[in-house]
Design a protein around this ligand. Structure first.
Ligand code: HEC
Length: 170
Protein backbone atom coordinates (compact mmCIF):
# COMPACT_ATOMS: atom_id res chain seq x y z
CA UNK A 1 0.00 0.00 0.00
CA UNK A 2 2.75 2.40 0.93
CA UNK A 3 4.59 1.63 -2.26
CA UNK A 4 1.46 2.14 -4.31
CA UNK A 5 0.70 5.45 -2.61
CA UNK A 6 4.27 6.60 -3.17
CA UNK A 7 4.08 5.74 -6.85
CA UNK A 8 0.86 7.64 -7.29
CA UNK A 9 2.32 10.69 -5.58
CA UNK A 10 5.50 10.42 -7.62
CA UNK A 11 3.47 10.24 -10.80
CA UNK A 12 1.55 13.31 -9.72
CA UNK A 13 4.77 15.24 -9.39
CA UNK A 14 6.15 14.02 -12.68
CA UNK A 15 4.95 15.85 -15.72
CA UNK A 16 2.78 13.20 -17.25
CA UNK A 17 5.42 10.47 -17.01
CA UNK A 18 7.51 12.22 -19.66
CA UNK A 19 11.21 12.88 -19.65
CA UNK A 20 10.75 16.50 -18.70
CA UNK A 21 10.27 16.25 -14.98
CA UNK A 22 12.02 19.32 -13.61
CA UNK A 23 9.98 19.31 -10.41
CA UNK A 24 10.34 15.60 -9.67
CA UNK A 25 10.74 14.89 -5.99
CA UNK A 26 14.14 13.60 -4.99
CA UNK A 27 12.46 11.30 -2.49
CA UNK A 28 10.02 8.92 -4.22
CA UNK A 29 8.54 7.75 -0.93
CA UNK A 30 7.15 10.69 1.01
CA UNK A 31 4.45 8.57 2.63
CA UNK A 32 5.33 9.01 6.27
CA UNK A 33 5.71 12.22 8.18
CA UNK A 34 4.58 15.76 7.81
CA UNK A 35 5.18 18.17 5.02
CA UNK A 36 7.93 19.74 7.08
CA UNK A 37 9.66 16.45 7.79
CA UNK A 38 9.53 15.61 4.14
CA UNK A 39 11.05 18.98 3.31
CA UNK A 40 13.91 18.28 5.67
CA UNK A 41 14.53 14.82 4.29
CA UNK A 42 14.68 15.87 0.67
CA UNK A 43 18.12 16.12 -0.87
CA UNK A 44 17.74 19.58 -2.33
CA UNK A 45 18.35 22.31 0.25
CA UNK A 46 15.23 24.20 1.20
CA UNK A 47 16.29 27.79 0.94
CA UNK A 48 15.39 30.85 -1.02
CA UNK A 49 12.19 32.62 -1.84
CA UNK A 50 9.24 31.03 -3.61
CA UNK A 51 8.47 31.50 -7.30
CA UNK A 52 4.92 32.56 -6.36
CA UNK A 53 3.14 34.17 -3.48
CA UNK A 54 0.86 31.33 -2.30
CA UNK A 55 -1.85 33.67 -1.05
CA UNK A 56 -1.83 35.70 -4.25
CA UNK A 57 -1.79 32.50 -6.30
CA UNK A 58 -4.80 31.22 -4.36
CA UNK A 59 -6.65 34.47 -4.98
CA UNK A 60 -5.82 34.38 -8.69
CA UNK A 61 -6.50 30.73 -9.48
CA UNK A 62 -8.53 29.14 -6.67
CA UNK A 63 -10.74 31.82 -5.13
CA UNK A 64 -13.24 31.85 -8.00
CA UNK A 65 -14.41 28.43 -6.79
CA UNK A 66 -13.32 28.43 -3.13
CA UNK A 67 -14.03 32.05 -2.20
CA UNK A 68 -11.66 34.82 -1.18
CA UNK A 69 -8.97 33.33 1.03
CA UNK A 70 -10.90 30.06 0.93
CA UNK A 71 -13.95 31.18 2.89
CA UNK A 72 -16.18 28.63 1.18
CA UNK A 73 -14.18 25.60 2.31
CA UNK A 74 -16.05 23.70 5.03
CA UNK A 75 -14.65 24.39 8.49
CA UNK A 76 -12.28 21.64 9.48
CA UNK A 77 -11.81 20.41 5.92
CA UNK A 78 -8.09 19.85 6.39
CA UNK A 79 -8.42 18.04 9.72
CA UNK A 80 -9.17 14.69 8.14
CA UNK A 81 -6.46 14.99 5.51
CA UNK A 82 -2.94 13.78 6.13
CA UNK A 83 -0.22 16.02 4.74
CA UNK A 84 0.37 13.85 1.70
CA UNK A 85 -3.37 13.70 0.97
CA UNK A 86 -3.65 17.46 1.20
CA UNK A 87 -0.61 17.80 -1.07
CA UNK A 88 -2.23 15.47 -3.56
CA UNK A 89 -5.53 17.38 -3.53
CA UNK A 90 -3.78 20.70 -3.96
CA UNK A 91 -1.62 19.36 -6.77
CA UNK A 92 -4.71 17.97 -8.52
CA UNK A 93 -6.39 21.36 -8.23
CA UNK A 94 -3.36 23.24 -9.57
CA UNK A 95 -2.98 21.13 -12.69
CA UNK A 96 -6.73 20.52 -13.07
CA UNK A 97 -9.19 23.39 -12.62
CA UNK A 98 -6.53 26.06 -12.05
CA UNK A 99 -4.56 24.89 -15.12
CA UNK A 100 -1.21 25.98 -13.71
CA UNK A 101 2.17 24.39 -13.18
CA UNK A 102 4.04 24.83 -9.91
CA UNK A 103 7.26 23.49 -8.44
CA UNK A 104 7.17 21.07 -5.55
CA UNK A 105 8.07 23.66 -2.91
CA UNK A 106 5.35 25.98 -4.15
CA UNK A 107 2.80 23.15 -3.95
CA UNK A 108 3.89 22.38 -0.41
CA UNK A 109 3.56 26.05 0.52
CA UNK A 110 0.09 26.13 -1.01
CA UNK A 111 -0.89 22.98 0.93
CA UNK A 112 0.40 24.52 4.16
CA UNK A 113 -1.59 27.67 3.39
CA UNK A 114 -4.73 25.51 3.59
CA UNK A 115 -3.95 24.62 7.21
CA UNK A 116 -3.85 28.31 8.02
CA UNK A 117 -7.00 29.05 6.00
CA UNK A 118 -8.78 26.29 7.90
CA UNK A 119 -7.95 28.04 11.19
CA UNK A 120 -10.12 30.99 10.14
CA UNK A 121 -9.34 34.20 11.98
CA UNK A 122 -6.92 32.33 14.23
CA UNK A 123 -4.75 31.34 11.30
CA UNK A 124 -1.86 33.26 9.83
CA UNK A 125 0.37 32.65 6.86
CA UNK A 126 3.27 34.48 5.24
CA UNK A 127 5.75 33.64 2.48
CA UNK A 128 8.81 35.28 0.98
CA UNK A 129 8.61 35.57 -2.78
CA UNK A 130 11.24 36.01 -5.47
CA UNK A 131 10.49 39.70 -6.00
CA UNK A 132 11.47 40.35 -2.40
CA UNK A 133 7.97 40.93 -1.12
CA UNK A 134 6.08 39.12 1.60
CA UNK A 135 2.80 37.47 0.64
CA UNK A 136 0.51 37.01 3.62
CA UNK A 137 -3.04 36.18 4.62
CA UNK A 138 -4.93 39.27 5.78
CA UNK A 139 -4.71 39.51 9.55
CA UNK A 140 -1.25 37.97 9.75
CA UNK A 141 0.56 39.98 12.37
CA UNK A 142 4.29 40.63 12.02
CA UNK A 143 5.01 38.31 9.05
CA UNK A 144 8.77 38.91 9.37
CA UNK A 145 8.77 37.55 12.90
CA UNK A 146 6.60 34.61 11.86
CA UNK A 147 9.03 33.73 9.07
CA UNK A 148 12.15 34.12 11.19
CA UNK A 149 14.05 30.83 11.04
CA UNK A 150 11.20 28.98 9.33
CA UNK A 151 12.25 29.17 5.69
CA UNK A 152 10.32 30.66 2.80
CA UNK A 153 6.89 30.27 4.38
CA UNK A 154 5.32 29.96 7.81
CA UNK A 155 1.94 30.02 9.43
CA UNK A 156 -0.28 28.97 12.28
CA UNK A 157 -3.03 26.36 12.12
CA UNK A 158 -6.29 25.69 13.97
CA UNK A 159 -4.52 24.00 16.87
CA UNK A 160 -2.24 27.00 17.35
CA UNK A 161 0.75 25.13 15.99
CA UNK A 162 3.33 27.33 14.34
CA UNK A 163 4.72 25.67 11.25
CA UNK A 164 7.10 26.58 8.48
CA UNK A 165 9.05 25.24 5.56
CA UNK A 166 11.81 24.60 8.07
CA UNK A 167 10.75 23.03 11.35
CA UNK A 168 11.85 25.33 14.12
CA UNK A 169 11.16 22.64 16.73
CA UNK A 170 9.13 24.67 19.13
C1 HEC B 1 -13.38 25.36 -11.21
C2 HEC B 1 -13.54 25.37 -9.80
C3 HEC B 1 -12.32 25.08 -8.95
C4 HEC B 1 -11.11 25.69 -8.97
C5 HEC B 1 -10.61 26.80 -9.91
C6 HEC B 1 -10.35 25.12 -7.88
N1 HEC B 1 -11.08 24.19 -7.24
FE1 HEC B 1 -10.52 23.13 -5.56
N2 HEC B 1 -12.26 22.11 -5.62
C7 HEC B 1 -13.30 22.32 -6.49
C8 HEC B 1 -14.37 21.39 -6.20
C9 HEC B 1 -15.70 21.30 -6.95
C10 HEC B 1 -13.95 20.61 -5.11
C11 HEC B 1 -14.72 19.50 -4.39
C12 HEC B 1 -14.81 18.28 -5.21
C13 HEC B 1 -13.55 17.56 -5.22
O1 HEC B 1 -13.05 17.25 -4.13
O2 HEC B 1 -13.02 17.29 -6.31
C14 HEC B 1 -12.63 21.07 -4.76
C15 HEC B 1 -11.87 20.59 -3.72
C16 HEC B 1 -10.68 21.14 -3.27
C17 HEC B 1 -9.98 20.73 -2.09
C18 HEC B 1 -10.42 19.63 -1.14
C19 HEC B 1 -11.37 20.23 -0.14
C20 HEC B 1 -11.96 19.21 0.81
O3 HEC B 1 -12.94 19.57 1.48
O4 HEC B 1 -11.47 18.09 0.87
C21 HEC B 1 -8.87 21.51 -1.99
C22 HEC B 1 -7.83 21.49 -0.89
C23 HEC B 1 -8.89 22.40 -3.12
N3 HEC B 1 -9.99 22.16 -3.87
C24 HEC B 1 -7.93 23.34 -3.39
C25 HEC B 1 -7.89 24.12 -4.52
C26 HEC B 1 -6.77 24.98 -4.88
C27 HEC B 1 -5.52 25.15 -4.07
C28 HEC B 1 -7.09 25.57 -6.07
C29 HEC B 1 -6.26 26.51 -6.87
C30 HEC B 1 -4.96 26.05 -7.28
C31 HEC B 1 -8.41 25.09 -6.45
N4 HEC B 1 -8.85 24.21 -5.48
C32 HEC B 1 -9.07 25.50 -7.58
C33 HEC B 1 -13.34 23.26 -7.49
C34 HEC B 1 -12.29 24.12 -7.84
Amino acid sequence: MRIAAGCILTLLFLSGCGDDAPQADADPQPAAGTIREHAQSSIAPVTGPLAIGPVTFFQNYCARCHGDYGWSFNAGYTAGLRDEELLERVHEMVVGPAQQRLGEREIRALADLHRAIDAGDAGSFAARTADGSIDALPGTKDPEALLEGRGAWAGTDASGRVFGEVDSRE
